[in-house]
Design a protein around this ligand. Sequence first.
Ligand code: ADE
Length: 115
Amino acid sequence: APVRASLLRVLYVRNLPFNISSEELYALFGKYGAIRQIRLGSSKETRGTAYVVYEDIFDAKTAVDHLSGFNVQNRYLIILYYNSTRHKQKVSLKDQEVELRRMQERHGVDGEQHA
Ligand code: ADE
């Protein structure tokens, strides 16, 4: 059956403990319905965040309602719906940083102050 494209099935989770495993996330978020996919951030910028994709938008809503503010290892989960605009802003910031590093290396800028 074709997959409904609604982004309402995708959650963006913040404030996760850095040492949480994707198995633990499946166990926690799976309480509210079938999970299609979880992507746990692993880079310096994305650690502590995850994208959780449900099969069903109503299960995603139930998870937002139950897990917002949920305490995990003394941290309180922040759960937002996926927002493609905010996602793209973040990706474009990252691209700009990469380009800046490239230019600094090409022109021999070392990040130190020069007199
Ligand atoms: N980055 C910050 N907030 C976001 C959101 N709601 N969805 C995707 N990426 C984000």
